[in-house]
Write a protein that binds this ligand. Structure first.
Ligand code: SAM
Length: 246
């Protein structure tokens, strides 16, 4: 059965970009199996804490981590937190692996893709559509969920492809702990308006902004993502929304 037929939803977007260099292919071969989430198709009520070989105080989920800059930096800053990142774009997954393996800092190190210089104990990757795994986790599994610069799908006829929408919001609410937070950022005002309109319909969620500064500026512990940097370089002003699970 094809992947498409197995699911009642389809993934729209890029899975592969430009050709991946041999040393990076090696990362996919050697490192990815070490940090990939185990098969979850037949399990339920999973506590994500169980995925980490070290003790973690909480788990944060990042949906569509792109090149993984945010995830890599946050996981370095917060070694007591477990991070689960989901991404379908192979070049992005490879990019995160270069950060985790230390290759990013050391430059291209040819065949040496050992983890000796990296740190992966508090990071796990799902290298496919995050919607596959959302139903597998227990209620309140995550303290934070990040959806950063999601694909905007600007055309009206593609609106149902937007990640923040009626299909996924209930799943995100279920997965957030009480007082847990959903972080959403975008430079696409249409997407922001759309998200506000949909998120505000759920009484379980509370928008934390008190003043305009709160949505105009990133929160204190912010790490800029690649898409955010591109937007800022073009003079765009991203919006940062934080919703708390009541
Ligand atoms: C516009 S990019 C932003 C990447 C990154 N968050 C950033 O800000 O640089 C959106 C990413 O989300 C990924 N994505 C979209 N839907 C996804 C899904 N259902 N599961 C996993 N990744 C997804 C895409 O592959 C893409 O890399």
């Amino acid at each position: 059965m094809t992947e498409k037929k197995m699911r009642d939803y389809q993934f729209y977007g890029r899975r592969k970009g430009k050709k991946i260099k041999a040393s990076r292919e090696k990362l996919l071969e050697v490192l990815l199996p070490k940090v990939r989430l185990p098969e979850m198709e037949k399990v339920q009520d999973v506590d994500p804490v169980s995925f980490f070989p070290v003790s973690v105080n909480a788990v944060w989920l990042e949906v569509g981590f792109g090149g993984g800059e945010h995830l890599a930096q946050q996981s370095l800053r917060h070694t007591d937190i477990g991070f689960i990142g989901a991404e379908v774009y192979l070049n992005g997954i490879t990019s995160l692996l270069t950060h985790l393996s230390g290759m990013e800092r050391r430059g291209d190190v040819g065949e040496d893709v050992s983890l000796a210089h990296g740190r992966v104990d508090n990071v796990r990757i799902y290298d496919n559509d995050v919607r596959d795994i959302l139903p597998r986790f227990k209620d309140g599994a995550f303290d934070r969920i990040y959806v950063l610069f999601p694909d905007p799908w600007p055309k009206k006829r593609h609106a149902d492809r937007r990640f923040i929408g009626p299909k996924n919001i209930p799943a995100l609410i279920r997965l957030l702990k009480a007082d847990g937070k959903l972080y959403l950022a975008s430079d696409d005002m249409n997407y922001i308006r759309w998200s506000l309109e949909h998120l505000m319909q759920f009484p379980e969620l509370e928008w934390t902004a008190q003043t305009a500064q709160d949505w105009r500026c990133p929160p204190k512990d912010w790490v800029e993502t690649r898409y955010e940097q591109k937007a800022l370089a073009k003079g765009k002003k991203p919006i940062y929304l934080i919703f708390k699970r009541k």
